[in-house]
Design a protein around this ligand. Structure first.
Ligand code: BMA
Length: 362
C-alpha cells in the first residue's frame, strides 16, 4: 500500500462532502446555525415580505436587467432586511406570476441575489382551493384537504401542483425556509380550522414534506410550522405535523386597532398578546429543540406613529427569536403596507428602531 495512512485528495474530498453534509456543513445546516445564532444572540433578524420585488407604489419592469437592489426598508434605513419573504401562490397552476402579480422569474432572481449576499429567504404559499377552484380563502368546502390526500379525488392533480412548487424551489438552488399550510388554526384558508381534522392537516403537511424531501431530494429546506399565535398551546400542538418534519416553530399575529380604541390601548393589547403567545410558542420550541420565529406580524397602514419602538420592540424583547417578519408593502393598494417606506410620515420611528441595535439587518 502506497502512503499508508494518507488519504488521496479525491478520497478526502469524498469524505468531506459526505461527512460534511451529515455533520452539519450542508447549506441547510448552515442556515439552521445562522438562525440558531440569531435566536441565541438576542438580536433577531428583521424580515419583510416581498421587500425586493416591489414596494409601496413601485414595481420592477425590466425583469432581466433590473439589478434588484431596490427595497423600501433599505430606502428608509440603509440596510436590507436580513430575511426576505417571497410568495408562491399561483405556482401550482403553472402561472407565470404570483397571485400578487409578481413574475416568478423575478422572484427567482431576487431570492438568489438575496441568498448570495448572505440573506435568508423564506417562502409562503397561498395555493388555490384544489377542490373548488377558488382561492386559498375559499372555505366553502370542508372536503378540500380530504380530496387531495392519498385516495382522494384530487390527489393526482394536487401532486402535480406540488410538483410545480417543487420545480420552482429546486430552480432556486439555495437553502431556504418553507412555510406551507400556515395559519391553519384560523378559519380563513381551505386547510384551516373546521375545514379538516387534525389528522388530515398533519397528513397534508407530511405529504408535502415527503414529496419535497424524499421524492424530489430537496434537502436544503428548513420547514416552518406557523399557526396563528392566538391558537393557544393546545390547538397549536393538536395539528403539529411532528418533530421529524418541522425545523421552526413560527406564529403569525397581527395588531388591529378596533373602532373606538386609541393607538395606545390597541398597542398595549398587542404587546400583551404577543408576549403571552411567544411565551408558549418559545417554550414549546425549546421543548422540541426547534427554532422560534415571529413569522408574520404588523399593523396594516402603520397608523401608530411609534409602532416599531413603542409596540413591536417591547412585544418581542427577551424572547429567543431567530427573526420577525412584517408583511408586504403592496404596490397597488396605498393602505396595504406593514413595512416602512421612504416618504411615509412615521418613517423615523423605523429608523430609530433600527438604530437601537435590537435587530439584525443585512
Ligand atoms: C395577504 C394579503 C393579500 C395577498 C396575500 C398573499 O395577507 O397581503 O393581498 O394576496 O397575503 O401574499
Amino acid at each position: 500500500m502506497k502512503n499508508p495512512g494518507v488519504l488521496s485528495f479525491s478520497a478526502m474530498l469524498f469524505l468531506c462532502l459526505t461527512l460534511g453534509t451529515q455533520c452539519g456543513n450542508s447549506p441547510k445546516e448552515q442556515l439552521r446555525r445562522q438562525l440558531e445564532d440569531l435566536s441565541a444572540g438576542g438580536r433577531p433578524a428583521y424580515g419583510h415580505q416581498d421587500d425586493l420585488v416591489y414596494g409601496h407604489a413601485w414595481t420592477v419592469t425590466d425583469l432581466e436587467a433590473d439589478p434588484l437592489d431596490r427595497s423600501d426598508v433599505k430606502a428608509v434605513c440603509g440596510a436590507y432586511p436580513l430575511v426576505a419573504g417571497f410568495e408562491l401562490g399561483g405556482i401550482e397552476k403553472g402561472d407565470s406570476a404570483s397571485l400578487d402579480g409578481v413574475p416568478f422569474q423575478l422572484i427567482r432572481r431576487a431570492a438568489v441575489i438575496h441568498a448570495g449576499r448572505g440573506g435568508i429567504v423564506t417562502l409562503s404559499w397561498h395555493p388555490d382551493n384544489p377542490l373548488t377552484g377558488g382561492t386559498a380563502w375559499d372555505v366553502s368546502s370542508d372536503q378540500a384537504v380530504a380530496s387531495i390526500l392519498e385516495g382522494g379525488e384530487k390527489h393526482e392533480m394536487f401532486m402535480e401542483w406540488l410538483g410545480r412548487a417543487a420545480d420552482f424551489v429546486e430552480s432556486l438552488g439555495i437553502p431556504l425556509i418553507f412555510r406551507p399550510w400556515h395559519e391553519n388554526t384560523a378559519a380563513w384558508f381551505w386547510w384551516g380550522k373546521t375545514r379538516c381534522t387534525g389528522a388530515q392537516y398533519r397528513a397534508l403537511y407530511r405529504m408535502t414534506w415527503d414529496y419535497f424531501t424524499r421524492e424530489r431530494g430537496l434537502k436544503d429546506i428548513l420547514w416552518c410550522y406557523s399557526p396563528t399565535g392566538d391558537a393557544g398551546e393546545e390547538a397549536f400542538m393538536a395539528t403539529y405535523p411532528g418533530d421529524d418534519v418541522v425545523d421552526i416553530f413560527g406564529m403569525d399575529t397581527y395588531e388591529f386597532i378596533p373602532e373606538g380604541k386609541s393607538v395606545e390601548e390597541a398597542g398595549e393589547a398587542f404587546i400583551a398578546e404577543i408576549r403571552q403567545e411567544l411565551t408558549y410558542v418559545s417554550a414549546l420550541a425549546a421543548e422540541h429543540r426547534k427554532i422560534t420565529a415571529l413569522t408574520e406580524t404588523g399593523l396594516e397602514g402603520l397608523s401608530d406613529p411609534a409602532w416599531w419602538t413603542a409596540r413591536l420592540a417591547p412585544a418581542i424583547s427577551g424572547f429567543p427569536l431567530a427573526y420577525v417578519l412584517t408583511w408586504r408593502n403592496a404596490h397597488d393598494r396605498p393602505d396595504h403596507f406593514y413595512g416602512p417606506w421612504s416618504g411615509f410620515a412615521y418613517e423615523d420611528d423605523f429608523r430609530n428602531w433600527k438604530e437601537s441595535g435590537s435587530m439584525t439587518f443585512l
